[in-house]
Design a protein around this ligand. Structure first.
Ligand SMILES: Cc1cc2nc3c(=O)[nH]c(=O)nc-3n(C[C@H](O)[C@H](O)[C@H](O)COP(=O)(O)OP(=O)(O)OC[C@H]3O[C@@H](n4cnc5c(N)ncnc54)[C@H](O)[C@@H]3O)c2cc1C
Length: 418
C-alpha cells in the first residue's frame, strides 16, 4: 500500500470495480476499499444476475467486455439467446474480479471502510481507513494508522456513505422508495424438463424464454401479481390456497439460469417491504423453495443452494451533484457534451402495492452526463452507481448493472485524461 494515490474508491461493487479497473489500466494509482471480503457488490453479495441487456450503442463497455472474457475463461459467463452477454455466475465473478484487480495493480483492501476524511474547503485531501475487524488486522494494515492522501475520492458505496459523512446535500424523499429483494439460488433442478413444461404453458414468450447453450438448457421467466395474463398465475393461486405460500410471497417472481451451473436457477425474489428483515426474507425463501419443489416440473429434487448475503437495495440515497438528471432529460433524449452512459433500458419502478409497478419503455437512447457524478460543493469528490445525482424516476432506469459499469468507466477515463 502507498501513502498517496491518484484515486481512492470506497466500495468495490458494480460501479466501483469498473472505475478501479479502468482507472488503473489508464495509468492512475488506485486504492479500492471494500467492506465485504470480496468484490462485486450487488452481483456477488445480493446475487443480482444477469446484467440487463442495454442499447447497441452503449458507450464505456471495455470493463463489461473484459469481465465477460475473464469469466468465460473459467466457465462463469454465457451469452444468452437474445445476445445478452451479462449472464454471470456470482461466485466466479468474485474470482474473476480478484484477477482483474491484480492484473492492473489496483490495491484492494477488504473488510474495511473510510472512517474519517480530511478536507480543506471544497478539496478532499486524505482519508483514514478502519478495518471492520481491528484486533486481527492492525498488524497486517499498519499503514492504515496514518491518513492516505488522494487526488480524487469516489463514493461507490451504493448508499453514498462517504457523502453522508461529509454532510452533502441529498435529493431523496421519504416516499420515493421501492421494495428490496433477498435473492436466492436453487440447484438440483432438471432445467430442461422445467423449461419445456414452462414454454408449453406460457404463450407470453416476451418474458418466458429458453435456449440451449453448449448442450445445456438455460431459461428465464418473470411474474408479478400485477400481470393477469401470465401462465403461472393459476399455479401460484393453488399454492396460496394450499397455504404453501402467502399472497405477498407471490408478489414478484423472476428467475434466471446461472452460467456454469446448468442445474441451478437464481430467483429475483422474495420482494421485501422496507420494514421487513433478513429473518422474514429467509422465511419467504423457504416457502418459495417449497412452492417450487411441489408445484413446478423439474424441481422435484431441487434444494436451496445459496441465499444472498445482503438484501438487494434498488433505491436509497441520491446525492446532489453539479447536475441533477431528470426523467424529462431521459424521455427527451437530451444530449450532453460529456456523456458517461448511453442506454435505452426502461424506467423500472417496483411498487409494494398490487397493480402499481410500472415498466415504462424508452424508445430512444438517453445519455447521462458526467456532471451527475460530480458532487456539489466539492472539486475532487465523485459519486457512481445507484446513488448518483438524479431524480427518482430516472434512477429507476439508470441503476442497472451495465449502466453502473459504464459510469464507473466513464469517470475513470475522464480522470485519466484530466
Ligand atoms: C433486487 C434487485 C434486482 C436487480 N436486478 C437487476 C438485474 O437483473 N439486472 C441488472 O442489470 N440490474 C439489476 N439491479 C440493479 C443493480 O444490481 C444495482 O443497481 C447495481 O448493481 C448497483 O451498483 P452500485 O455500484 O451502486 O452498488 P453495489 O454493487 O451494491 O456496490 C456497493 C459496494 O460498496 C460496498 N460498501 C458499502 N458501504 C461501504 C463502505 N462504507 N466502505 C466500503 N465499502 C462499502 C458494498 O459492500 C458494495 O460492494 C437489481 C437491483 C436489485 C436490488
Amino acid at each position: 500500500m502507498k501513502t498517496k494515490y491518484d484515486v481512492i474508491i470506497a466500495g468495490g461493487g458494480t460501479s466501483g470495480v469498473s472505475c478501479a479497473y479502468i482507472a488503473a489500466k489508464s495509468g492512475l494509482s488506485v486504492l479500492l476499499i471494500e467492506k465485504n471480503s470480496y468484490l462485486g457488490g450487488a452481483i456477488t453479495s445480493s446475487l443480482v444476475i444477469p446484467a440487463m441487456k442495454t442499447s447497441e450503442n452503449a458507450i464505456n463497455t471495455d470493463f463489461f467486455n473484459e469481465l465477460y472474457k475473464n469469466l468465460s475463461e473459467i466457465n462463469g459467463a454465457i451469452t444468452y439467446c437474445d445476445g445478452n452477454k451479462g449472464w454471470f455466475n456470482p461466485e466466479l465473478t468474485k474470482i474473476a474480479l480478484d484477477k482483474m484487480m491484480l492484473d492492473t495493480a489496483v490495491d484492494v483492501i477488504f473488510d474495511s471502510y473510510i472512517a474519517d476524511i480530511n478536507t480543506e474547503g471544497s478539496q478532499i485531501l486524505s482519508v483514514y481507513i478502519n478495518t471492520i475487524d481491528d484486533n486481527n488486522r492492525t498488524c497486517y494494515y499498519q499503514e492504515l494508522l496514518s491518513p492516505i492522501e488522494t487526488r480524487y475520492l469516489i463514493d461507490a458505496t451504493g448508499d453514498a456513505k462517504i457523502c453522508q459523512k461529509l454532510n452533502c446535500e441529498f435529493l431523496n424523499k421519504n416516499f420515493e422508495i421501492q421494495p428490496t429483494s433477498l435473492r436466492f439460488i436453487m440447484s438440483g433442478i432438471n432445467v430442461e424438463e422445467f423449461s419445456s413444461w414452462l414454454m408449453e404453458l406460457d404463450k407470453d414468450r416476451d418474458v418466458t424464454t429458453a435456449c440451449k447453450i453448449d448442450g445445456y438448457t438455460y431459461c428465464s421467466t418473470a411474474y408479478t401479481w400485477d400481470n393477469s395474463k401470465w401462465a403461472l398465475k393459476p399455479v401460484f393461486e393453488r399454492a396460496i390456497a394450499d397455504n404453501i405460500i402467502t399472497n405477498e410471497d407471490a408478489n414478484y417472481f423472476q428467475l434466471f439460469s446461472v452460467a456454469g451451473t446448468p442445474d441451478s436457477i437464481a430467483f429475483n425474489a422474495p420482494r421485501l417491504l422496507h420494514n421487513e428483515s433478513y429473518m422474514e426474507g429467509r422465511a419467504r425463501v423457504l416457502r418459495l423453495s417449497l412452492f417450487c419443489r411441489n408445484y413446478l416440473k423439474g424441481f422435484e429434487n431441487a434444494y436451496i443452494s445459496s441465499i444472498a448475503d445482503s438484501i438487494g437495495v434498488r433505491v436509497s440515497n441520491r446525492v446532489k451533484g453539479k447536475y441533477i438528471y431528470t426523467i424529462d432529460d431521459l424521455l427527451t433524449s437530451k444530449t450532453f457534451s460529456n456523456p458517461v452512459v448511453v442506454s435505452n433500458y426502461p424506467v423500472d419502478i417496483h411498487s409494494k402495492d398490487k397493480d402499481s409497478s410500472t415498466l415504462q419503455k424508452v424508445y430512444k437512447e438517453y445519455q447521462l452526463p458526467l456532471e451527475s457524478l460530480q458532487v456539489d460543493g466539492y472539486n475532487n469528490l465523485f459519486v457512481i452507481g445507484r446513488c448518483i445525482s438524479t431524480d427518482f424516476k430516472s434512477q429507476a432506469a439508470l441503476r442497472i448493472i451495465p449502466s453502473c459499469f459504464s459510469m464507473g468507466e466513464g469517470l475513470a477515463k475522464y480522470l485519466a485524461n484530466k
